[in-house]
Design a binder for this molecule. Sequence first.
Ligand SMILES: [Zn+2]
Length: 244
Amino acid sequence: MSSDLHGRTLRLELADQNLRDWEAVVLEASPEGIVLSKSAFYPGGGGQPADHGVLIWQGVETRIAGVRKGDDLYLIPAEGDPLPPPGTTVSAAVADDRRSALMRTHSALHVLCGVVFRDYGALVTGGNMEPLSARMDFNLPEVPQGFKEAVEAACNSEVVADRRIDVRVLPRAEAFEIPDIIRTATNLVPESVQDVRIVDIVGLDTQADGGTHVASTKQIGRIKVAKIENKGKGFRRLRIAVSD
Ligand SMILES: [Zn+2]
């Protein structure tokens, strides 16, 4: 599907979040970035950092340390690693430990967002994540007694309930008919975007989102609300940790 193209690169991770190995042809290569015909490296965005991984070609290894989004999708080679010449077919692989941890963490943040909106009516104002730890900011003027414990318990009930996490792509007009989408994403999706990718924790949280997620909430593991910080003017920062 054309919306999965970034420049000349077909983004494979949007349609298959579990893909870790694939073959691709090198279109361009310099120390500033390698452009492949196909890539499953998540390029970063929506608070989820870019994947790491490796390209193997003719017995040579090029480590990928990050991704830069320009007119093409540039895979950043580790400093000093050899570069595959254009035209080379490479075996590419995303570092599975890091990506799988980020998928669990990203889904955990959506559970948190769904719970805090459902139980307290609070909207998200920002967020960020590392593998297995994350923060999310909410517009929440009052923090009720026992808030931290109640949010943690509610998040883990949603994990135990093993809700399905579906990904689908909808035409823009149809996507924005979903009431919950408007609260989180209307202003984040540029006018030029005609197809909107929806991540739906069925029955809990529906968001326009380009990130990678686990297939159901049980795969997240345990969610701990580690800390609540007051960021002033009614803004609260919740820090979470994800574990087995
Ligand atoms: Zn997200």
